[in-house]
Write a protein that binds this ligand. Structure first.
Ligand code: SIN
Length: 513
């Protein structure tokens, strides 16, 4: 790392260079801030891959109350209604913020924002950029804005490995860079590390996102929330490529249908059919595949001739897979796509550890409940980044004394992937979850490369075991109904380890769970 670390001591440190991290840095300006990114900015961020856009009630027929109602309905009783209301009301201004920062949204010939439809939205309210390249365009605009802001020091190729905690508060970041380990003294850390796609075999996300932020926070003692709620996108391109190319829901918004090998629209009996909430569509596709059928998207009639122009990224992925969507059906299967759970935060991003904030997918504000409404996540990242920055700016700086940093191994999620993929997919059950917990425990307890991914997997597994109901994206075949009362869940690493140890020592686990 060709930088003077001591000179940067005391600045807030943002870990992660996706939309949440970049927006937080921009909102903090002119306060000097240090932004750490594992890769060149934007190169491996799931933000860059986002095809769907940002949800905001901007249409003449729309209203934040309608956006709120759709968010709560998709969230299946588990949303924090206050968080959802505040985000829905702040969303239109967040789109203006992005436009002011130079993001070029798709517009009508008259200059109005072009609004798309996605599943479970009662109105057209998805703002796109570059057709299905929304994330790429938003990142282009934000990276340019960050690079031209002199108070934001961006350091690429640096990976945070551990958070230092003194007297219960954050005192620094232990990081690794090309020249070795380094300690960054700071009393203010913002985690914006994204999600957990790299913990699964089938995902639409960069494999480098394997829950690092969750591990950093959990090992610092933070409380995590709703970890069992993992969204599976119903229409990933079913082929050999990993990660799996996403076939955006916006295509179904334009009329594409889901059919099986006989041409039957097997979702027709489901309320909302192809535009039902994502968990419902994913389960229907999964169940159909489990019965030996195949599933396809049919775009030949709708969107039809405009498909390749409207969705150039997807058209290119199809072409690479040898599929001509004008003629062929597109094979699909569900794949891990988004994590509703995360580090428990309030809307200012404050975690349970003083000096630690979280923003974006790594955080759990309660907005998404048990099932995220499509395109609400980029909106949440942009909206909350402002509130996080205000909270960080109002907090005292400080940080620990310069210290030697140990050389900690880079996380290796490979031993964890098959375990989570088997036990924590579209459907779950007691036996599968217990088997995963027993296998993850020894991995999580060792100080090896798989320990952090395993610790994250273990917390998710125990949260899923404890939720003995089906709700939103968490479907238990052994508890197929809602519990009488919807409750958000909370867990710490210590609690997950204790439950798993009890499980390992008593095969029945009845006392622990
Ligand atoms: C999609 O384009 O289908 C994904 C949008 C999202 O995940 O919000």
């Amino acid at each position: 790392m060709s930088m003077d670390v001591h000179h940067l001591a005391g600045r807030p440190v943002i870990i992660g260079g996706g939309i949440a991290g970049l927006m937080t840095a921009l909102h903090l300006a002119p306060e000097p801030v240090l932004l750490l990114s594992r890769t060149p900015l934007g190169a491996d961020a799931s933000s860059t891959w986002a095809q769907g856009g940002l949800a905001a009630s901007l249409g003449d027929d729309d209203d934040p109350e309608l956006h709120l109602a759709d968010t709560l309905a998709a969230g299946d009783g588990l949303c924090d209604a206050d968080a959802a209301r505040r985000v829905a009301y702040a969303a239109p201004a967040a789109i203006e913020d992005l436009a002011r920062l130079g993001v070029r949204f798709d517009r009508t010939p008259e200059g109005a924002l072009r609004l798309g439809l996605e599943a479970a939205h009662s109105r057209r309210r998805i703002v796109h950029a570059g057709g299905d390249g929304s994330g790429r365009e938003v990142m282009r605009g934000l990276v340019a804005a960050v690079r031209s802001t002199p108070t934001i020091a961006v350091v690429e190729g640096v990976e945070a490995r551990q958070l230092a905690v003194e007297d219960g508060s954050i005192s620094g970041v232990l990081a690794s860079c090309s020249t070795g380990p380094v300690f960054l003294a700071t009393g203010r850390v913002i985690l914006a590390t994204g999600g957990i796609g790299g913990l699964f075999d089938d995902t639409t996300n960069p494999l480098g996102n394997c829950g690092q932020g969750l591990a950093l926070a959990a090992r610092a003692g933070a409380v995590l929330a709703d970890l069992e709620f993992i969204q599976f996108h119903p229409t990933a391109l079913d082929g050999p490529g990993r990660p799996m190319p996403l076939i955006s829901e916006a295509i179904r918004g334009e009329g594409a249908t889901i059919v099986d090998e006989t041409g039957r629209r097997f979702l027709v009996g489901v309320r909302g059919a192809e535009l039902a909430p994502r968990d419902i569509v994913a389960r229907a596709v999964w169940n159909h595949l489990s019965k030996g059928h195949r599933a396809f998207l049919d775009v030949r009639e709708k969107p039809g001739a405009t498909f390749a122009r409207q969705f150039p990224t997807i058209a290119s992925a199809c072409s690479k897979a040898g599929i001509d969507p004008a003629r062929d059906l597109i094979p699909i299967r569900p794949a891990q796509h988004y994590h509703m759970g995360g580090i428990a935060v309030d809307l200012a991003g404050r975690t349970s550890v003083p000096g630690l904030w979280a923003c974006g997918e790594v955080a759990s504000t309660g907005l998404h409940g048990a099932n995220r409404l499509a395109s609400n996540s980029l909106t949440e990242a942009v909206v909350c980044a402002r509130w996080v920055a205000e909270s960080v700016a109002a907090s005292p700086g400080g940080g620990g004394k310069p210290a030697m940093a140990p050389d900690l191994p880079a996380p290796d999620p490979r031993p964890v992937r098959p375990l989570l993929s088997r036990a924590l997919g579209v459907t779950r059950d007691d036996a599968g979850l217990k088997e995963a917990a027993r296998a993850l425990l020894p991995l999580a307890q060792h100080h090896a490369a798989a320990s952090d991914p395993a610790a994250v997997g273990l917390m998710i597994t125990i949260a899923a075991l404890l939720r003995q109901e089906s709700r939103g994206a968490h479907f238990r075949t052994d508890f197929p109904h809602h519990a009488a009362v919807a409750r958000r869940s909370q867990i710490t690493l210590d609690a997950a380890l204790a439950a798993a140890r009890e499980l390992a020592s008593s095969p029945m686990l009845e006392s622990a769970l």
